[in-house]
Design a protein around this ligand. Structure first.
Ligand SMILES: Cc1cc2nc3c(=O)[nH]c(=O)nc-3n(C[C@H](O)[C@H](O)[C@H](O)COP(=O)(O)O)c2cc1C
Length: 152
């Protein structure tokens, strides 16, 4: 019998379409945080001038359903799956959807993960993707905690 994973992690890259500006990004995050909490999904959305790199983690049905919606969403385009698989534990347990700008991430940290200069989500390999996002989110949490004691 094949055991179903309790939690899967999915990472994809996409580009912002012309329909998605900074205001729209705010909307996406507001809706995401509400929906994800209800669906048991956690994750991180990292954006760079080259596009989005997002990790969704949670029950397989919920992650699959959300990914289908994101693929159909015309605020992004060229949605490309980078990695998908079961996880022993969540990497982003504290966030219904963290949002980080790659240019706010520490350059040395990116370089350690093989990213030189601007982060191109399409150039990130499947092995690299999760570690990179987890590092960026961890650094962001430490920064926010130092500021106000809140990682949200
Ligand atoms: C880059 C990007 C990331 C998104 N991430 C999420 C997400 O994490 N959770 C979510 O519910 N919707 C996300 N969305 C929005 C979905 O595509 C979709 O519009 C939304 O889930 C529909 O919610 P509604 O049925 O409440 O209107 C994202 C959209 C884009 C363009």
């Amino acid at each position: 019998m094949v055991e179903r994973a309790a939690v899967v992690q999915l990472v994809y890259a996409s580009r912002m379409s012309r329909k998605c500006g900074p205001r729209e990004l705010e909307n996406i995050l507001r809706v995401s945080r509400r929906n994800n909490q209800a669906m048991g999904i956690t994750g991180v959305l990292c954006y760079s001038p080259c596009g989005f790199l997002q990790c969704l983690e949670g029950p397989p049905e919920a992650v699959n359903e959300l990914y289908r919606r994101i693929v159909r969403d015309d605020r992004n385009k060229d949605v490309t799956l980078i990695s998908y698989g079961p996880a022993n534990r969540r990497a982003f347990v504290r966030w219904s959807m963290a949002c980080v700008r790659s240019d706010e991430a520490d350059a040395a940290l990116l370089e350690k993960r093989g990213v030189k200069g601007e982060l191109d989500p399409y150039a990130v390999g499947p092995r690299q993707a999760l570690g990179l996002l987890a590092d960026i989110a961890r650094e962001r949490a430490a920064f926010l905690e130092a500021q106000n004691g809140d990682g949200a």
